[in-house]
Design a protein around this ligand. Structure first.
Ligand SMILES: [Fe+2]
Ligand SMILES: [Fe+2]
Length: 139
């Protein structure tokens, strides 16, 4: 396990977070109707969370001696609330998996603060996934 490999992984997480901020902002604009109104409220909170995650990852990458990427990960644009939410749920699940994997890498490098923070971020994403599942169940 090398520091370079961890930086690479964190940069992938960063690209995903930046992409999520843009995806959720885009979806908020596309969300219409009563259910869309609810979705906008949820996404608004989550955009703040994801932006916080991105800012933290940038700081950590710099602290580790890396260069943070600024190019967001591209995303699909399914139309209709249910399709949007299903995509979001899948992406949140992937984020949970990635953070758990990278927390393990941080543990191997004895970076305790980073390990715990990444685990906390995995929990944040799992919370987002739970919110999305509740929305999907009602559609
Ligand atoms: Fe996030
Ligand atoms: Fe999330």
């Amino acid at each position: 396990m090398s520091k370079e490999k961890l930086i690479e992984g964190l940069n992938e997480d960063l690209a995903a977070e930046l992409g999520t901020v843009i995806r959720y902002t885009y979806q908020s604009s596309k969300a219409v109707g009563f259910a869309g109104f609810e979705l906008r409220e949820i996404l608004e909170t989550e955009i703040g969370d994801e932006l916080g995650h991105a800012a933290f990852l940038m700081d950590v990458i710099v602290d580790l001696g890396g260069e943070p990427i600024t190019q967001p990960m591209d995303f699909e644009k399914p139309q209709g609330l249910k399709s949007m939410l299903k995509l979001d749920l899948e992406m949140e699940r992937q984020d949970v998996e990635n953070y758990i994997a990278h927390a393990k890498m941080a543990e191997d490098l004895e970076l305790i603060e980073l390990q715990m923070k990444l685990e906390e971020m995995a929990a944040d994403e799992a919370g987002h996934a739970r919110e999305l599942r509740r929305m999907i169940a009602g559609l």
